[in-house]
Design a protein around this ligand. Structure first.
Ligand code: 5GP
Ligand code: ZN
Length: 140
């Protein structure tokens, strides 16, 4: 784990070893502009401590990160003229996670920005929906 933290990109940003455009910082949480923004003002919110992803982040720190994400979303709307925001976090390679340090994307949206975060519509049979409901409920 120590080696991971040494080389982890977002740990290095949190320690100030790699520069970033910070927009918010407190003792536990940092928010900075994404280097390759999906839209104007795209911001990442991270815990300063290393947790690989959303599922592995302790809930008090998770809650704190989401509070900061809300502040960022409000600021994007107030200050940048955004008319909406997508708040999301990728977990695992299959979901597109490329940096294994938990982060929340706060992506401001503008009318006609052309950005596509598509969920193609799917329908499942009632039987399958019931099986899925049962499996997930059992695990919660
Ligand atoms: P993921 O794909 O893991 O959900 O998101 C990682 C994000 O980190 C990407 O949107 C990518 O543009 C951003 N990113 C990668 N390297 C850097 C960096 O060195 N600095 C900053 N500010 N963002 C980065
Ligand atoms: Zn890290």
């Amino acid at each position: 784990m120590e080696d991971k933290k040494e080389s982890c990109l977002f740990c290095r940003i949190a320690r100030g070893e790699i520069p970033s455009y910070k927009v918010y910082e407190d003792n536990e949480v940092l928010a900075f502009l994404d280097i390759s923004p999906a839209s104007r003002g795209h911001t990442l919110v991270i815990p300063k401590e290393h947790f690989p992803d959303f599922t592995l982040c302790p809930k008090n720190i998770l809650a704190h990160c989401f509070e900061v994400a809300q502040l960022i979303a409000q600021a994007q709307i107030r200050q940048l003229g955004a008319t909406g925001t997508n708040v999301l976090t990728n977990v695992g390679k299959s979901a597109g996670q490329t940096v294994r340090h938990f982060h929340i994307h706060v992506i401001p949206r503008y009318e006609d920005d052309g950005l596509q975060l598509a969920f193609p519509p799917h329908r499942l049979e009632d039987k399958e929906m019931l099986l899925l409901q049962d499996s997930i409920r059992k695990g919660v």
